[in-house]
Design a protein around this ligand. Structure first.
Ligand code: C2E
Ligand code: MG
Ligand code: MG
Length: 283
């Protein structure tokens, strides 16, 4: 105001620049989808007893070929959501998982379940289930293996529709998971209203489990709740042995985190699967 309106001009210029940056990034994303610039990292999920690999989470990785820079999902997913590109990305991920699992089946590997992150915008799109059906026809191995994760916070926009879609996924033998459980406002209502196979407890809870009795009590309650409802509970973001121990003592069946394994290349994950199969047959 004191600057006689110049502050406003400044503000709009900053906004315009951000908009331009975002449009450039959206063009890059478009090219990346068309040109196979994306890749998947797989992070193992382990049974907390025995360290057996039970599943993997697929996480997008992108090296922008124009800038030669690795761009984390936290930077490009929101842009893809705003620019109408996210559904194509999320479906690309499922197709890629289908390809990988088909290859592993051919190589006689015990194929684990794979969880993919899906934006609520993707799930809301009209042809979502048609897209899923096309992918199931092309990669039958996805049945009983694919798990769709959505984050809790956004899950509540249209509960009726979400419930219908989750039921349709279940009917196709596709698993469902609520990610970042505990952070949103509606956790328990979601469990009541939606057909859910997995709860993924947010890292912020796991973080305090070995120090804070309140947090431990909450996690124990969620684990018991999962048990009563027949929902599998996964603890995310396990970084220390003390956290792992507290989770195992609390009866948490599935764990995931840097302590156990980081997101890794598809090849590294496949080698891990081979090694654990060899170990199992040696017993
Ligand atoms: P998320 O689904 O909550 O994924 C977990 C994130 O935490 C991943 O980051 C993973 O690398 C990281 N992480 C795993 N274990 C640990 C740990 O022990 N400690 C810490 N500090 N972090 C850990 P990433 O790969 O950067 O993904 C970030 C987010 O981007 C994901 O959060 C997910 O919401 C989104 N995302 C990733 N891939 C996709 C995708 O294909 N589609 C959509 N729509 N979103 C995706
Ligand atoms: Mg996730
Ligand atoms: Mg998340």
């Amino acid at each position: 105001k004191n600057a006689g309106g110049r502050g406003y001009a400044f503000f709009t210029r900053a906004l315009a620049e951000r908009d331009l940056d975002e449009r450039v990034l959206a063009l890059d994303i478009n090219r990346a989808i068309a040109g196979d610039e994306f890749e998947l990292a797989l992070q193992p999920l382990f049974a907390s007893a025995g360290q057996r690999i039970v599943a993997a989470e697929a996480l997008l990785r992108w090296r922008n070929l124009r800038t030669r820079r690795d761009i984390p999902p936290s930077e490009f997913i929101p842009v893809a959501e705003r620019r109408g590109l996210i559904a194509r990305i999320d479906m690309w991920v499922i197709a890629r998982v289908g390809e990988i699992l088909t290859r592993w089946t051919g190589a006689d590997l015990a194929v684990p379940r794979v969880m993919v992150n899906t934006s609520p915008i993707t799930i809301d799109s009209r042809d979502y289930l048609d897209g899923i059906d096309r992918l199931l026809a092309r990669y039958p191995v996805l049945r009983n293996r694919l798990v769709i994760e959505i984050t809790e916070g956004v899950a509540v926009r249209d509960p009726q529709r979400l419930r219908a879609i989750f039921a349709e996924l279940r009917a196709r033998e596709i698993g469902t998971a609520i990610d970042d459980f505990g952070v949103g406002q509606t956790s328990v209502a979601l469990l009541r209203d939606l057909p859910i196979d997995f709860i993924r407890i947010d890292r912020s809870f796991v973080d305090g489990i070995d120090r804070d009795p309140q947090t431990l009590a909450i996690i124990r309650t969620v684990i018991r709740l999962g048990g009563e409802l027949g929902v599998q509970v996964v603890a995310k973001g396990v970084e220390t042995p003390a956290q792992l121990e507290a989770l195992a003592r609390s009866g948490c069946a599935l764990v995931q985190g840097f302590l156990l394994a980081r997101p890794e290349t598809v090849e590294t994950f496949a080698a891990r699967l081979k090694a654990s199969a060899a170990e199992a047959s040696a017993i």
